[in-house]
Design a protein around this ligand. Structure first.
Ligand code: ZN
Ligand code: ZN
Ligand code: FE
Length: 751
């Protein structure tokens, strides 16, 4: 029986080869009609016999292009019109307002197959791509996503490329960045013999131990032989990066599995078209230079994701350090001229190309635990995917925090987060924050009516938000963390929020960071905290764990066991007198203090180093947790004084960080359980949201979840958005949107 259906497919379905896929599927089933883009959706008007149509609709979901994200399919019946062919209808202008732009994607198997086929006209071509893969977000200047509005505009397609581009049944139909050796981007080198093949010359330099700057998808990497300790140390010295771990790119998954333990979830992340850096437990026969990730049992691993990486790694046939091409903590470098200037003092040679990058992005970083890929740094491959916000309202710009900066634009219930933009301390970082904001506002057609920012008055992000001159919502840091966790889980309700991190400004003027909040998107009540200790030296404390170790020791009535100097004497005196100190309830700083007392280190070269090393050193031992009593009261208080005394007793008998770390992590998980039980009895709430940078610690997160779940709680963790400060902006946006909504109803404070 002949039928006709109008099918609407919503999700990330534009710019991902969806229409050609629909065309091929319809034609192969002998159906007729048309497909077009409309208001961010793909619409198919299809007719034929009813069973073929049903199979066709099923295949829209099951057979969709790998990078498409089908969120909903609606079909309604219509009167058959008797058409005889199937066609792709061109996009009409004005239909792009709700278009969703795809992230940059790793090379697909079909393209890699062609690349390794000597007979293919794109054999060995390092810029091969198709509708299933290649650059997107990084090369788009404006929407709609068409070649003239990308940095491919300057490359005129040759005849064979143009023919593929125009052929609806071809994999490269409307593949905007399509190219071949005759018409597309080319490699060039600086500092290498230009008469040689660029990749071959680069590989020879790497074998000699050189530092190579390589232009990738979202910016430059600095690469060197990951098995050559001298090369790794040279890179550390020149980049002024003493100890922070480097990511390593392996030629193949098999090679990576020699060096690290890869679980099923990890394998999925590594092989995905998003191609993030995946944090993995190191294996025994690592063979990597010790300087790659000193002091840690984890390795940041990534597989080749651009065709150029595939060639480079295949020809080098060993692991390469691939770290962001920047000076420490500055934004990633993306422009050729800028790279030659900025990276000139670091790199011995450059492997460049002439496809420009509009929007730089670092590599994303994920770690899997408790059955989920969890983002630690959200950038290339994930941005600019949108997220549902749980609450709807007018345009909002949320500025996030100052470290691991990410901002959020929200409108009508949808949020888009910027890529990780680094720390906002430098002018370069602030400038790139502004540039990316203007760009994303244009791409997503968001006009902010209000801004949200952290409560901290001195944050750069706060100033950047207030400079817009719009109504402003100041959001407490830990409330934003919990709201981010709620939105990440698609929830809008009241929960017990455990927000543990390094530092966030509290409304009482102290530094918070070990917080229990009873919170929803409308507000929060501080229901508990770690007992505050005096902190000397403000932000210095993050780099100098001895300061908090000393303060905790003094508070616990213990003598300072560490190095003594006039500086420690002075700090001790200030702590005792509580003069020129700030109180802090920070859980992150407690971690640092315990790591220091476990004799791991007194100073750090990057924030969180001591805590990460304590996590790495901890073993699964059958030992009792340290005491960490929860003092009941209108504000619960976790008293770490007995914990510190017990840590120091263990340290005195040389128990070592494996034991101390084990007992300390279980003490924290157990105290969180105790506190949540008290808060449940008080509030009747049985859902706990865990957020804040401390829950990037997989040992702490896993133990806490196990304990809370066996105590009957439902536990929410973050996955799609970092639980660290990279997730703050999403929570701020939801809270501000809610505030605007209540205000529009005449409830809640006027902005
Ligand atoms: Zn492809
Ligand atoms: Zn061509
Ligand atoms: Fe935080």
């Amino acid at each position: 029986m002949r039928c006709r259906r109008i099918v609407v497919i919503r999700g990330t379905v534009q710019g991902v080869g969806f229409r050609p896929f629909v065309y091929r599927t319809a034609v192969s089933r002998g159906l007729t009609g048309a497909v077009w883009n409309e208001s961010g959706a793909v619409v198919v008007d299809v007719e034929g016999d009813s069973s073929s149509i049903e199979a066709f609709v099923r295949e829209l979901r099951s057979g969709a292009p790998a990078i498409a994200r089908v969120e909903a399919i609606d079909a309604r019946e219509a009167e058959p019109a008797g058409r005889e062919t199937f066609s792709i209808v061109e996009s009409r202008p004005g239909e792009t307002r709700h278009a969703r732009l795809s992230p940059d994607l790793a090379a697909c198997p079909a393209c890699l197959g062609e690349m390794s086929d000597p007979a293919d006209r794109r054999s060995r071509y390092p810029f091969i791509n198709c509708t299933d893969c290649g650059p997107r977000y990084s090369i788009v200047r404006e929407l709609p996503y068409d070649r003239p509005r990308t940095t491919m505009a300057s490359f005129t397609m040759c005849e064979p490329c143009a023919a593929e581009y125009a052929e609806p049944s071809h994999r490269r139909y409307h593949a905007q960045p399509t190219a071949c050796p005759d018409c597309g981007p080319r490699l060039t080198t600086v500092g290498l013999d230009s008469s040689e093949d660029p990749v071959g010359a680069a590989v020879r330099a790497l074998r000699r131990g050189a530092i190579l700057a390589v232009k990738g998808l979202g910016g430059f990497h600095l690469a060197c032989d990951a098995t050559n300790e001298a090369a790794v140390q040279t890179l550390r010295r020149r980049k002024a990066r003493c100890a922070k771990p480097f990511a390593v790119m392996f030629p193949t998954l098999a090679a990576l599995e020699q060096a690290a333990r890869v679980g099923d979830e990890d394998r999925r992340s590594l092989a995905s078209r998003r191609a993030p850096i995946v944090l993995l437990k190191r294996g025994l026969a690592a063979g990597l230079a010790p300087g790659v990730a000193p002091g840690l049992d984890e390795l940041g691993a990534v597989l080749p994701y651009t065709p150029l990486h595939h060639r480079l790694l295949a020809e080098f046939s060993g692991p390469l350090v691939m770290t962001s091409g920047n000076r420490s903590e500055e934004p990633i470098v993306w422009d050729n001229q800028l790279a030659l200037q900025t990276l000139g003092p670091i790199a011995d040679a450059f492997l460049l190309h002439d496809r420009d990058i509009v929007t730089p992005s670092d590599d994303s970083v994920v770690r899997s635990f408790l059955g989920h890929e969890r983002l630690l740094r959200r950038a290339r491959g994930y941005v600019p995917d949108t997220l549902p916000l749980c609450v709807t309202g007018p345009g909002v710009f949320a500025a996030g925090g100052d470290l691991k900066s990410v901002f959020c634009l929200a409108r009508e219930g949808t949020a888009v987060l910027s890529q990780h933009l680094g720390d906002l301390d430098t002018l370069e970082a602030q400038r790139s924050f502004e540039t990316v904001r203007e760009h994303l506002q244009r791409l997503f057609d968001v006009t902010p009516r209000a801004v949200a920012h952290d409560l901290h008055p001195d944050y750069h992000s706060t100033r950047l938000a207030l400079d817009l001159g719009l109504p402003a919502v100041a959001v407490q840091h830990h409330h934003a963390h919990i709201a981010s966790c709620l939105v990440d889980n698609g929830r809008n309700e009241r929960v017990i929020g455990v927000a543990w991190d390094g530092a966030g400004f509290g409304p009482d003027g102290t530094i918070w960071g070990g917080e229990f909040l009873v919170a929803d998107l409308d507000g929060f009540e501080r229901a508990g905290r770690l007992r505050p200790v005096p902190m000397v030296g403000g932000d210095l404390a993050a780099r100098e764990p001895w300061r908090l170790a000393l303060a905790h020791a003094v508070e616990a009535g213990q003598p300072w066991p560490g190095t003594r100097s006039t500086k420690t004497e002075l700090v001790e005196a200030m702590v005792r007198k509580r003069a020129h100190t700030t109180l802090t309830s920070s859980a992150g700083r407690l971690f640092d203090a315990v790591a220091c007392l476990a004799r791991l280190r007194e100073t750090c070269s990057y924030e969180g180093q001591a805590a990460m090393e304590l996590e790495a050193a901890s073993l699964d031992l059958d030992m009792p947790p340290y005491p960490l009593p929860v003092i009941d009261g209108s504000l619960l208080e976790l008293d770490a004084r007995p914990t510190i005394a017990a840590v120091m007793a263990d340290a005195r008998r040389d128990a070592g960080p494996a034991v101390i770390g084990c007992r300390f992590h279980s003490a924290l998980a157990s105290a969180i359980e105790d506190a949540c039980r008290l808060l449940r009895a008080r509030s009747g709430i049985g859902v706990v949201a865990l957020s804040g940078g401390c829950f990037q610690n997989a040992r702490l997160a896993a133990q806490t979840v196990v304990r809370l779940e066996s105590a009957g709680f439902e536990v929410l963790l973050q996955a799609r958005v970092p639980c660290g400060d990279g997730g703050l902006a999403l929570g701020q946006a939801a809270i501000a949107t809610r505030r605007l909504f209540r205000q529009s109803l005449g409830r809640g404070p006027v902005l």
